[in-house]
Design a protein around this ligand. Structure first.
Ligand code: ZN
Ligand code: ZN
Length: 443
């Protein structure tokens, strides 16, 4: 490998994407607080950290930036409501994942991945001082305007940039595409080889002609004719350069594109038969957009994977506020890492008394620890989710601070199954998506 620009992500960067990328390793591995993540995401990361600790493992993610993609750092994917905006950002990196037990290395894999982050921010020009926020220090629900002056419960003051933006979700996708530098590494030699290959016949023909003519000249044939055909052959040599350059560049690019298309195609075909889901996905999107015009499938898929991760990593999934199903598959307790393969495919959609019930196949790459060994497996899980369709999608919904539908009090749903103020139970599917079933796909 030549010298590529390899600046590492910086924990003190002014960009929240970088701060998150630089801190995620220690957050999962050592349980360090990741301040740029929102409370729900911190909660999910803590669950994974505890799982790793419970199995007695040490976990490392070494992330090295690979540069931006041609589609840029911003996917143009925005999702906003009156006060807030969610923005999906992606950058490429090389990820070295290693898992140890004491000094014993159980697993190490280096690969190219794309890191996605959902950045939640205040829309510019919006006054959010009256909006509720959970104090980052004491966890009490209060107003943003009060937090910036000093929390009424713990007295700590926060700058606005400590409250927003926050990362509300993140995930890795395997990366089969390339950065500009990587593309150039394949394209430039392909073009050069194509130029040489095209020029070779011209060159051979021209040179041979000149050679034969020289012999003819030497044995004294018509000198005028010889000179003329000599000129023709020199013309072929020069003209060949232009032809070879022109078709060589085109040919080299076509070849490079084919290589990338082939990689992409074989990747998708091997792992994700997406075509079978596309019909349902469109139908689902159109339906949800009736009550939530801002709905974005990308965010929905990211959120689904995030909920699945929490269910997998939780030691008591029944206690997770969004889960209303039977006991989960005990094999989940051996999972130490989950990577989304980039597909949440809807297979079925049903309507029952004002609720939408969604069946989806989720493609994951799960890392298991079992009998002293670590193994990574590609697998598909089936998830069934439910949501009240009369309520629009609430993009700021947090399980760590929900509002009681009966008395409007706000509390942390990861700690309470009932509202601590009025004692009423709440139905998560009336507030956001709830999960009713999660297991491996039954074939
Ligand atoms: Zn406080
Ligand atoms: Zn209540």
């Amino acid at each position: 490998m030549g010298k590529t620009i390899r600046e590492n992500w910086n924990k003190d960067s002014s960009e929240i994407f970088e701060r998150f990328a630089a801190g995620i390793d220690e957050a999962i591995g050592n349980g360090e607080e990741l301040k740029c993540a929102d409370r729900d995401l911190q909660y999910g990361i803590r669950l994974q950290n505890r799982r790793i600790g419970k199995l007695g493992l040490n976990f490392y993610y070494e992330l090295t930036p690979r540069g931006y993609f041609t589609d840029g750092l911003n996917l143009g994917n925005h999702w906003s409501d009156g006060h807030y905006v969610n923005r999906l950002e992606v950058r490429g990196c090389e990820r070295v994942q290693s898992i140890y037990q004491g000094d014993r290395k159980l697993f190490k894999k280096k690969e190219k991945v794309k890191l996605y982050q959902t950045v939640t921010d205040v829309r510019s020009g919006q006054d959010v001082s009256e909006d509720e926020y959970i104090c980052p220090d004491c966890g009490a629900a209060t107003k943003i305007g009060l937090l910036t002056q000093g929390c009424p419960y713990c007295g700590n003051r926060f700058r606005m940039d400590e409250l927003y933006p926050k990362i509300s979700n993140y995930y890795f996708y395997p990366d089969v595409g390339g950065t500009r530098t990587e593309l150039a590494k394949l394209a430039i030699p392909s073009i050069l080889i194509a130029i040489v290959l095209i020029y070779l016949p011209f060159c051979a023909f021209g040179l041979l002609g000149i050679a034969f003519n020289s012999i003819g000249f030497a044995i004294g044939s018509n000198s005028y004719q010889t000179m003329q055909s000599m000129g023709n052959f020199i013309g072929i040599l020069i003209w060949g350069i232009f032809v070879a350059l022109f078709f060589g560049v085109i040919g080299g690019w076509v070849f490079t594109s084919f290589v990338y298309l082939f990689r992409l195609g074989s990747f998708a075909a091997q792992r994700i038969p997406m075509a079978k889901y596309l019909g349902c996905q469109k139908q689902f999107e159109e339906f949800i957009k009736k009550s939530s015009p801002e709905f974005s499938y990308e965010f929905f898929a990211g959120k689904t994977v995030n909920m699945i991760k929490m269910l997998i990593f939780s030691e008591n999934p029944e206690e997770l506020p969004f889960y209303n199903g039977r006991a989960l598959n005990p094999a989940f307790r051996n999972i130490v890492d989950v990577t989304s393969m980039g597909a949440v495919g809807i297979t079925k959609m049903e309507f029952q008394n004002g609720y939408a019930v969604i069946y989806a196949d989720v493609y994951l790459e799960d890392t298991y620890y079992r009998d002293g060994k670590v193994k990574r497996v590609n697998e598909v899980m089936t998830v069934i989710m439910r949501k009240n369709i009369e309520r629009p999608v609430d993009m700021r919904f947090k399980i760590t601070s929900i509002h009681c539908p009966t008395c409007a009090g706000s509390f942390d749903a990861t700690k309470n199954k009932f509202c601590p103020y009025c004692g009423n139970p709440y139905r998560m599917e009336d507030l956001d998506w709830s999960v009713e079933y999660l297991d491996y796909l039954q074939k």
